[in-house]
Design a protein around this ligand. Structure first.
Ligand SMILES: Cc1cc2nc3c(=O)[nH]c(=O)nc-3n(C[C@H](O)[C@H](O)[C@H](O)COP(=O)(O)OP(=O)(O)OC[C@H]3O[C@@H](n4cnc5c(N)ncnc54)[C@H](O)[C@@H]3O)c2cc1C
Length: 255
């Protein structure tokens, strides 16, 4: 969903126009289908401070004329900062950009990157209300950034991560660690656990999030932010509306 192109300065650095060269400082294989790229400006400067939830556009410097034209959006998956960007990418079968990045881009290579954009951002002023973040599959990336932005600074943060199984996880351990430290309430749904994955250990609940589960487990007077595919966001949105959550407290993005 890339309807609005909003680029504004939030920190000390003004947004650049169009694309800017970024060096891949680190490439991490998170799981069978997800990898992460850490990107820093090739000129050594600072980056535009993103708001949690925003995304960047990426294109590659390829000798292939067709590939050079491909632009894809990726949500920033790290705590907002002025030093680097981090994107976590799910490999798409037959997908142009994801396969190119996985197979051709390595540490030290240069990508072209837009400043952060997007209106799916966390309103940090409403601190008194419970904050509920829900991520479906790779849609966890923008809500992870929101989590990093607030974790430890306020009470009543709920994080719900719904994913197929460990083959498509990213940063699940960090979420569990926050829960163990008592910093957040977290619930992990595996929709299709692998044979060796154990309920109550690897994940909390098998299957999909339902309206009934939301009603019983999440504070309906809170502020909801969620991201996932169309099916996931529709299910959560419809459930919340049917449960009487005010529209103003429902924020989502799908891709
Ligand atoms: C705001 C926003 C944020 C996003 N954030 C993330 C993120 O954090 N992480 C992430 O992984 N993704 C994210 N995405 C999705 C990302 O932008 C890409 O769409 C995704 O990575 C797929 O890109 P691709 O070039 O590999 O696939 P594409 O080449 O665009 O292919 C997409 C699909 O179409 C199929 N396809 C391609 N060509 C054909 C054809 N000729 N005939 C039939 N089918 C075809 C492919 O098999 C694939 O299923 C985000 C998208 C948006 C809009």
């Amino acid at each position: 969903m890339n309807k609005v192109q909003v680029v504004e300065a939030q920190g000390t650095v003004e947004p650049w126009k169009g694309f800017k060269d970024f060096t891949v400082k680190k490439k991490v294989i998170e799981s069978e289908e997800i990898f992460t790229l850490y990107l820093e400006p090739t000129d050594g400067g600072k980056v535009v401070l993103p708001k949690a939830g925003q995304f960047i556009g990426i294109k590659v410097k390829s000798e292939d004329e067709e590939m050079k034209k491909v632009i894809r959006m990726y949500s920033l998956s790290m705590k907002p900062n002025e030093d680097y960007y981090r994107v976590s990418i799910k490999l798409v079968e037959g997908g142009k950009m994801t396969n190119y990045l996985l197979n051709n881009i390595n540490e030290g290579d240069i990508l072209e990157v837009t400043p952060p954009k997007g209106l799916f951002t966390l309103n940090k002023e409403k601190v008194d209300k419970p904050l509920i973040l829900l991520g479906g599959g790779i849609g966890v990336t923008p809500v992870l950034s929101m989590l990093y932005d607030v974790v430890g600074t306020r009470d009543n943060v709920h994080f719900v991560y719904s994913l197929r199984n460990m083959k498509v996880e990213c940063f699940l351990k960090e979420i569990k660690d926050y829960r163990e430290k008592g910093l957040i309430n977290a619930n992990i749904f595996f929709t299709r656990p692998l044979e060796n994955e154990v309920e109550g250990k690897d994940f909390d609940r098998k299957g999909r999030i339902t309206k009934e589960w939301i009603a019983e487990n999440l504070p309906l007077d809170g502020e909801f932010y969620f991201c996932g595919n169309k099916g996931f966001t529709e299910l959560v949105q419809n459930s919340l509306l049917e449960l009487g959550v005010e529209k103003d407290n429902i924020h989502f993005e799908f891709f």
